[in-house]
Design a protein around this ligand. Sequence first.
Ligand code: IMP
Length: 185
Amino acid sequence: MSSIHPDIARILITQEEIAVRTAELGRQISDDYAGEEIMLVCILKGAFVFMADLARAIECPVQTVFIAVSSYGNSTQSSGVVRILTDLDKPIDGRNVLIVEDIVDTGLTLSYIAGLLRDRHPKSLRICALSNKPQCRKKEVQIDYCGFVLPDEFVVGFGLDFKDFYRNLPYIGILKSELYRKPEC
Ligand code: IMP
C-alpha cells in the first residue's frame, strides 16, 4: 500500500520506522530473557499485527496465546469497563508472561489485564506495547518495552482500529477529525 488512505490526516509512524523499532525490541527482549522461554499474550484484536512481527524478532523459544477484550466498543473513548470476550487457552502459572498490546491510553485495559494475569501466578509478568499515549492516563501501568510515544490523537493502522476498520494500514496515522468526535481526557 504505497499511497496514504483518504481517511488519514497524517502518517505518524511509517512502516519502515515500525519495522526498525520492532527489530530493536525483539533484540532487547531476546537479551533480557536469554536462556528462558516466553509466553507472549496477545491482546486482541489490536495487537495481532504487532505481535506477528515481534514474535519473529525474538530469538528465545516463544509460545503464543491470545486474550480478547473489549473496552471501547464503537467509540473512541475508553468506557473503563473491560470485558473478557475470550480467555487464554493455556495456564500461565510459572511462565514468563509478556503481554503484547497495541496502545496504552488511559491504562485501564492493561492494568485490568495485568491484575488478572498476576493472580494466575506467572513466574514473571512484563508488558510490551507498540505505542503509548501518556497524556490521558487514569491508571499507572509499567510498560517494560515501548515502541513509540504518541501525541494525544486518535490513531489507526498497524492493528489499531476505528469501528474495526483501518487495522490493515501498514503505518500508524491520525484519523481525520471529521470522522469522529475527539474525546476529552
Ligand atoms: P486504554 O484502556 O484507554 O489504555 O485503551 C487501550 C485500548 O484502547 C487499546 O488496546 C486500543 O484498542 C484502544 N485505543 C486507545 N487509544 C486508541 C487510538 O488512538 N486508536 C485506536 N485504538 C485506541
